[in-house]
Every structure is written in structure tokens, then in C-alpha cells.
Design a protein around this ligand. Sequence first.
Ligand SMILES: Nc1ncnc2c1ncn2[C@@H]1O[C@H](COP(=O)(O)OP(=O)(O)OP(=O)(O)O)[C@@H](O)[C@H]1O
Ligand SMILES: [Zn+2]
Length: 519
Amino acid sequence: MSEGFKGLVVYNTLTRRKEEFIPLDPSRVRMYICGPTVYDYAHIGNARPVIVFDVLFRLLRHLYGEDHVTYVRNITDVDDKINARALRDYGAEIEAGRMTLNEAIRAVTERTNAQFQADVKALGCLEPTSQPRATEHIPQMLALIERLIDLGVAYVADNHVLFSPSAMNARRGPRYGALSRRPLDEMLAGARVDVASYKRDELDFVLWKPSKEGEPGWPSPAGIPVLGRPGWHIECSAMSMAKLLEPFGGGLRCDDPSKNMFDIHGGGIDLVFPHHENEIAQSCCALGTDQMARYWMHNGFLQVEGRKMSKSEGNFVTIHELLETEKFGGRKWPGEVLRLAMLMTHYREPIDFSLRRLEEADAKLSSWRNAIIEKGALKEGIRLTFGEMVECHRQCRGDLSSEVKAALLDDLNTYPAIAFLDRKRKSLSEEDAQQFAFDIAMLGIDIDAYHAWDRARLSSIAESQEIETLIKRRSTYIQEKNWAEADRIRDLLQSWGIQLKDSKDPVTGERITTWEVKR
Ligand SMILES: Nc1ncnc2c1ncn2[C@@H]1O[C@H](COP(=O)(O)OP(=O)(O)OP(=O)(O)O)[C@@H](O)[C@H]1O
Ligand SMILES: [Zn+2]
């Protein structure tokens, strides 16, 4: 057995198989996840990869040690969508000469990034080891582009630099299309959307393009006489190189190609083609490797009524709206509930995002919290908080329970881990409580935070309409003889400490439901 193998098995999109995870260097496990393009609020679909790979980050830190895992998630802060947003939001200021376009772009990216960081923190995500920005890695992009031109796999046309997949395939080494395994005609159909006259071949993609007057621009490579800016794909090749290949090849040192790759590269399944395919093409050619990363992991879509949640479909709800407004389901949702709702399905499966799912997650968390409050561990007669229990277990060098560990090691199979925790809480004892807390913490769920949120909510809920709305929904279910749903709402309210009492109106014989706060 290899020194680095800790029992973790992951599904690799590259091979379409589950494989043992063996890091190239067990003292430095390296993971790169494509991060957000910061021009607008992130929606809850965008949160899925952030949460999924945060669980993986936590698990890797547990297996290899906190200081031995490097997790890079980039911030794309050069993009046409950002420019368009800056013009939309600050057009008047720019027109009046009070702001330059570049200042407006900076304002959009700063504001959006700050919101994104706050959102994902509320969802319980740890900060990655590093969050490089595209605008701070232009020299690395230029170095990669120059090298690709020298190698003959990229060319200059009409002040653009384009990468040529067919030139790549004419060389020895990896072939274009190996990750997505798409037939050529399908790739062409995708590429045809933006066929430009300067392309030699329809599949060629942009590495660098000229900037218009006033747009952000940097001195171009290959003697192109105008300012320009990078294409999206080259940004990730440059940032992963800068952050993960040091000290071997951060400066494009190709003397030992086997060192110019890293362990895990991930993102949503929609990134496989063209984004990840193009990243591989650029990085492998420039660095002289067969692989850019050993394991490619992709999460499935979060969907609404069978369709991918996306900005272009207009079927999205933002993380911010879920946390801070009553837009979805007439109430606010704590980050812990959103997170658990996401992890109740295996990361590669699609999720249908629904009110029902959030309520189910809320009821689960509430029952775990109640078990911890009632049966939690004691120290000198005083109940420990959730955080204290997790810390005690950690300090005693406690591991995960064998059930949760086995589930997570099997390609991050969170669903059976959650089912196990559900069974466990029913018979929780004081002795098990620290283990139980530690297992929950590995999913990135903070029961103390959830509890504080829930207490605050309970004190305001008594004045709100929400309970009445739920009681009305329950009455409708009772009329429809949908007992399962009616009971679910009763149990949900009970989990909040609200007791329902049914009686009959003595005159009309109609059912009357009243409620009181028990906890
Ligand atoms: N509905 C979804 N379910 C799961 N992951 C998603 C979903 N939508 C986007 N992602 C992922 O979120 C990350 C950020 O994606 P990206 O920056 O392309 O979002 P976007 O283009 O703003 O979103 P949209 O698809 O709504 O236009 C990527 O890893 C992408 O795969
Ligand atoms: Zn990327």
C-alpha cells in the first residue's frame, strides 16, 4: 500500500472510475477549485461546489494534517460580464468623468467578492489556503502564453492569441478532449456559437484578446501593439501554477515535468467542457506534462423543477436572499440548514432545490441540537457546548466514528453519514456525545451557531405569521387526507418547541388548531 493512501476513494472524471486517492506528495496535498466570477450575487447553485469541496478540504485536513493540505480557490476578476456590470451600475459616473471604467470595475469586484466571502462563511465554509485574483497573475498568464506560442500550439491573429487544439494533437503527449470525451463534432457545435474570422479552426479558443479604449488592459504578449486582457481559461492555468506548483515550477521551470502537476482539480460539472478541457490543454502543453491534475472531481447541478439553477434561466435564488430575506418559503434560513440540505444528496447527483428539502434539513438539525442539549457531555456537572465537545474530542486525538468515516472515504458519500447521525441521535448517551459532535463538525456544521440563530428566531417567531401559515398548510393536508405531510409539519413545529393542540369548534364542528411555546 502506498504511503499516502489513507483509505479515501474518489470518482475521477478523467477515468470515469472511482480510484484510490494517493497524493503526489503526502506532506502537501494540493487542490484547486474554480471560484466565482465576481460580478453579481452568488446563487445557491453556485454554493454547491463551495460546500462540497469544503467538506473534502476538511476531510483531507483530518487525514493528512491541517498544515499538509493546500486548497486554492481563485477569484475571477477580469471578465466581460464584470465590464458590462460596471457600465450598468456606474455608467452615469463614468460619463460625468467622476470615475474611470477601471475604478468602476474595481468597485463591482470588491463589493461582489466581499458579499461572496460573507455568504460562504455563513454556509460554514473554511477559508481556502489561498484565493488568488486573476488581475494579480497577469505576468504568469503572459509567461504561459509566450511559451505556448513558442511551442507552436498557439498563434497570433488580429491582435488575439489563440490556442490550437489541432496543433496540440499533432504533437506527442495528451490529446485534446480526453477529459470530456466528447466527439469532435459535438465540440465543434459548442465552439460554433462564436466563430470569429480570425480563428484558423473553429475549435481554437482565446488565450488573450485586445481591450477596447477604457477597458482594463495590460501590455500584450508576442509583440501585439495594443493593450489586451486574458481569456477565462488561461487564468486558472496561471493561478494553479503560481499557487500549487511552487517551489517546483511556479516560474515555468519545466526541467522536471512530473512535478508540474497537482492532485485535485474540481468545480461544477458544467466546467468539464470547455473550461477544464482548455485548462488541461494549456497547462499540459506549457509545462510538458501528461496531466494537469491527477483527480478531476465535479459536482452535479442544483436544479429547480428539473432545470439547472442559473442566472441565464432566471430561476435562481441568491445565498444572500436565503440568509437575509423572506423571499424563499416566507422565512429566513440559517446557513447550517442550507448546508445540510445540500449534503443530504451525494455531490455527483442532481439536487432538486425545494422548500420541502430545507424544512427536512431544519427538522434534522433541530433534532440533533436537541439531543446534544439533552444528552451532551458534562464536565464537572456543567454541559459542554457543541464547540467544546468537538475540541475535547480533537484534543484526545479522536477519530471519526467508523460509520461516518467509511461513508466519507467512499467518494464523499455524505448521505449515509447523515442517516447514521440520525439513527445515532435517537439513542445518544453522554459517552457518545463528543463523538457525535465531532462527526457533525466534519460536515462543517456548527450546532452552536444553529442554536443561537434558532433561539433568536423563536423569540421573534411568536409574533410572526409563520406559524399560522404552517398551521394552514397542515389543515389543507388534513383535508386532503395527506397524513404524512400533515404530521411532518406538526413535527417540524414541535422541533422548534411549538406544541399544537387540535380541538373542535362546539358550534360548527370545524377543527381548530391552537399552539403554545414549550421550550
Ligand atoms: N445550478 C448549479 N448547480 C451546481 N453548481 C453550479 C450551478 N450553477 C453554477 N454552478 C457552479 O458554480 C461555480 C461558479 O460558476 P460560474 O461562475 O460559471 O457561475 P455563473 O456563470 O455566474 O452561474 P450561472 O450558471 O448561473 O450563469 C462553478 O463551479 C459552476 O459549475
Ligand atoms: Zn477554472
